[in-house]
Ligand binder design. Sequence first.
Ligand code: HEC
Length: 268
Amino acid sequence: MKAVRAAVALVALAIAPSLLAQGSTADEIAKYRAALQDGNPAELWEGRGEALWKQQRGPKNVSLERCDLGLGAGVVKGAYAQLPRYFADADRVMDLETRLVWCMVTLQGYTEADAKKNPFGNGNDRKSDLEALTAYVTSESRGVKMNVPMRHAKEAEAYRVGEKLFYFRGGTHDFACATCHSEEGKRIRLQDLPDLTTAQGAQKAYTTWPAYRVSQGELRTFEWRLYDCFRQQRFPELVFGSDAAIALTMFLARNANGAPFDAPAIKR
Ligand code: HEC
């Protein structure tokens, strides 16, 4: 009996410090994140994106300054806070990345394949114009309240499909987005898993993408975030600009309505 009690005490001792460490680790991560906010390299992407926006490019040698992001031709300020949305000219709900590709094709004369061939960059070897343009456009919504519309039937449909996808379980592990993202306080190693089913959780997550990822030295867009979570979910590769990507974005963006947009941010 004594031995058992001693063993229990030993186990308790072994657990106690690790519990303590967990609390202080979270605190330390919070401090690290706060320290990072001071200088955000995302500004480099924003600057390059603005230059790309204004530069005459493509087979037609025109800039993107007449691109309609939903608030009228050339209006960038606040546009991202109202995306995704339905665009009559394309007869489709589009997120920002898809709309940028659309403008590169219709205004600048790129083929669709060319416009979206490099959605995610890889250091200095392979810079992504789409990431830079996304950084610039989103930065022009900083501080603007999320206000994603749901007037058009196709907007409502995209939201419903996004919601379905969020709860759809499948793949080798039978995971859904909800498996990892529908409870407070879940964690994988040191990463908090946000509960995306609450308004507060969706708001905090959605309004802080794009983000400069310190661990990757890259600015990452929301489409990248979804792409990487599909991978974590062991789902087939998410196709850039696909209806599935746009529907999931619609679901989370709309749920973030009312919160001020606050990106490009910086994350670990
Ligand atoms: C196997 C677990 C897992 C699954 C399944 C999963 N994710 Fe994630 N998700 C993560 C991890 C890990 C992170 C990164 C957390 C970090 O780096 O701080 C994350 C981050 C996110 C974020 C950013 C949160 C933030 O505050 O920055 C969003 C949005 C997101 N996931 C959406 C989704 C969606 C939509 C799906 C379904 C297509 C999904 N996730 C499926 C594990 C998962």
